[in-house]
Ligand binder design. Sequence first.
Ligand code: 5MM
Length: 333
Amino acid sequence: MDETALIQTVARLLMAPKGLLAADESIKSCNARFEKLGVPTTEEKRREYRELLIDTPGIEEFISGYILVDETIHEAKADGTKFTDILKGKGIEIGIKVDEGLIDLIDHPGEKITQGLDGLSDRLKEYKKLGATFAKWRAVYSISENTPSELCMKANAEILTKYALNCQAEGIVPIVEPEVLLDGEHTMEKCYEVTSHNLEILFKELADKKVYLPGLILKTSMVLPGKDMKLEVYPSEVAKMTVKCLKEKVPDVIGGIVLLSGGQPDEDATVRLNAMHQLGPLPWALTFSYSRAIQNKVLASWAKDPADVALARSLFLAAAKNDSLASVGEYKV
Ligand code: 5MM
């Protein structure tokens, strides 16, 4: 394992005041978002949309890495320039989602594990040749009366760890994403409890199997009450609970932490990250890796008027700038 190369990639990804763009919606999720807005669900429309995101002038000021999917990493601009060359030219790290989605956890209704370990090493080698320096794998946990079960958390921790070891062996920085879903009627305290216990299980497994923590990034959900509670929570409260949970369970030596937005309102994701940085110095780098919270307005604008790429790009730059400011606690409402 080339530890120095991993650390250098982590440093480039987490260089303040930047964060990551998650543009790794699977074809299915991307199509579902397109469909809602009346955009044709064709490969060409997906390519066109991703071109808009990848070729936005100046975005490198706010974004250090793009997480792509298999389809996009092989694609090019309408004029033939490869997407990977555009990103490299801007000094943006190329990331790739390597999990192959969720499957049911046998005998555990409502619970999922993530698949994609088969042939992973070969796929990583291929992505590395295309320029990828980091990867991402997402596991999900639903909160309900009986979930997440110990078995679900342990099974996903084992899978995330195998994935991380594979990545590091290939010189690719793994992002491990254990996402506690926002759906449900649970309290914020319950979310704290579940996130905390799950992180404990995950970091024990990562340490037991000797994953190199300075060469790993955690992508986590925030500690929030369930969406169906329809509760207003102060950003300072979310920040306090999330940071407390992370400080207690994430080793200081980790490469760093990035947050997902998880379906919370765009502005909330920004304000809450900002509030975390106002709590004083943190033991690890902490920034954003949003998909919806950055892209919602961009996609809506482009769907309405695909010819007005300039408007969609200005919305993308504005959202990325706000999150960049929040990543150093300088965002002002
Ligand atoms: C972009 O969404 C990713 C998962 O996509 P699929 O469900 O289509 O496979 C997801 O991992 C994403 O990277 C994170 O959840 C962050 O996205 P949000 O929208 O939560 O910020």
